[in-house]
Ligand binder design. Structure first.
Ligand code: SF4
Ligand code: SF4
Length: 165
């Protein structure tokens, strides 16, 4: 969904958002139940835990120390090729990252996670235009089906669009 601004090769070379520090586990991707069921069938090593009406990867057992800074990769990350999931398998949450739908002052907003080095090279107006050209509304509609994807707003995340309805 971000192919206009981000290529698969850029992500394969980076992989930053597919590896999670222990303290950043709130950012692990969310999967629908159907998505989770299909992946559990196909990838026997993948573990999930329920979060509200959705599921996320359970990488708790992958950390080897108690350090909050230790990193563990998503089960679907190939360190050389990037994400191994096909378009129909990759969760919506990953398709839109670094965009997030968040609750800010009781309003839903589309915010930009400020840690994607490739997106950070672009003018913010480019991301704003992309979001306002239908992508923001598509994320909003998806969040109506899966409210679990709505996260509390975090300071420092630029807001690209807000909804009043
Ligand atoms: S941080 Fe950005 S460039 Fe890196 S893998 Fe994630 S979306 Fe791609
Ligand atoms: S599902 Fe794919 S894109 Fe999403 S965090 Fe895991 S490896 Fe990265």
């Amino acid at each position: 969904m971000l192919s206009k601004v981000l290529s698969k090769s850029q992500c394969a070379d980076c992989g930053f958002c597919c590896v999670f520090r222990r303290q950043s586990r709130w950012e692990t991707p969310l999967f629908t139940e159907d998505n989770r069921n299909a992946l559990t069938e196909k990838f026997k090593n993948a573990k999930f835990r329920q979060v509200g009406d959705m599921y996320t990867i359970n990488i708790d057992g992958e950390y080897k120390t108690e350090s909050e800074d230790e990193e563990a990769p998503c089960f679907f990350l190939d360190r050389n090729k990037g994400c191994i999931l096909g378009d129909d398998e990759k969760p919506f949450d990953c398709k839109i990252w670094p965009l997030r739908i968040m609750l800010k002052d009781e309003k839903l907003v589309i915010a930009l996670t400020p840690t994607c080095k490739e997106i950070n090279k672009l003018p913010i107006e480019r991301m704003e235009a992309l979001v306002k050209d239908g992508l923001g509304r598509a994320i909003y509609e998806e969040s109506k089906k899966h409210p679990g994807m709505i996260k509390e707003y975090r300071e420092g995340f630029p807001v690209l669009m807000e909804f009043n309805d």
